[in-house]
Design a protein around this ligand. Sequence first.
Ligand SMILES: Cc1ncc(COP(=O)(O)O)c(C=O)c1O
Length: 456
Amino acid sequence: MGERRSTKRDLERYGSLFATRMQGVRSSAMRDLMAVTAQPEIISLAGGLPDTTTFPPELMASLMGKVAEEACARALQYGPTEGSEEIKSCIGQVMAAEGMRADPEDILVTTGGQQVIDLVCRALLDPGDVVIAEAPTYPGAVPSLCAFQADVIQIEMDGSGMRVDRMEEALERLDRAGRKPKFIYTIPSFQNPAGVTMVLERRQRLVEIAAEREILILEDNPYGLLRYEGEALPTLRSLDGGEYVIYLGTFSKILSPGLRLGWASAPRPVLDKLNLGKQGADLCSSSFSQAFVAAYFAAQDWRSYLRTLTELYRKRRDTMLDALAEHLPSEASWTRPAGGLFVWATLPAYIDTTDLLARALREQVAFVPGRAAYVDGRGGSELRLNFSGVTDDDIREGVRRIGRIVREQVDMYSTLTGVQAAPPPLTRAPERAPGRALEAAGDNTARVVPLRRATR
Ligand SMILES: Cc1ncc(COP(=O)(O)O)c(C=O)c1O
């Protein structure tokens, strides 16, 4: 968001010119917050920022030099819409690291994973079409879903990921109303924002349901390789073999979001439609970024930088979990992510985290209020906290400040209502057991607090 807001006069002048579909579109809360949180005095636990300070500047300089020497004209030129052969080979390596084999023909290189979401909506949705998503869902997907006027049904999650049984119930209800979703949008591993991971049995059931009912799944997987403990789980794409899964991958979290490079791997007819959409959107993704990634993969073991990131983020996650245990009152609960970048916290229902954010900004700390992750106004007492882009000291200080303002609210509530602070709920995040594998099937449910229930 720019600094200049539209005036009432502007809105009058341009209002009648906007497409109806933009009426329901609100800005992604994170985008709005980025403007505020760019101020250095604010400790931002709001973004989803990887720590790009860890990338060696001399390596960047030498890769740029290589691109200039070996691929100058090509890097400065338009490229094919589907992406260069070199980068598709890098993508093949990343997908192989997650147990998938993809034919280069089945890959479309995109301008970030974000573009995949937009292209999928563009290719599949007519106004009013149903999309199934998780509750909460990735806040950055909300503007796309709204812009394409999807009727989004959000399915509750627990510590084992999306409640696929609840999803089936929703599908039955839709069936009775003669409706069928166009696609199921899920982030099965280290979900943004909830930090939970879908267990194997649910993954299996989900792809079975998609095949039985011929519904596409959009599997959004930016974080699968950022695992801090436990065993890797198969992606939905590998379980389904590419029949009904549109797979979204990205270089943003394993290398750099500034490159703006992601990809889709999808059944061929779907990929062709995504390609058409991309031609209209931006012709092709940056040739320069693609050449940079190709040079990087040729010069380096990309997994070694991934290990650096994983070790750093694991420590920061632990710092955040310790700080939450120290500073949040017993009425609060939060998830314990085994990977990814986020913790999701739930406060007592009488605390509104959108209001709390205004108070937090005065204390120079920011988070994402929960409503950003729902299309239907739920999430009012929830919040998302990021630990990857912030130093340990800032994590501790940021959580301390949030803890203080939450306690103020809890105290005020007990003073006003005479209701004493409740004892810690049974669902409170458990004590940390460093190094324990938490995600073995059947083990992680008890270790992660249940998320709020869906109401529809
Ligand atoms: C779940 C999810 N999907 C997609 C994206 C988009 O990422 P990018 O466009 O940088 O690849 C993000 C970024 O944070 C994300 O968390």
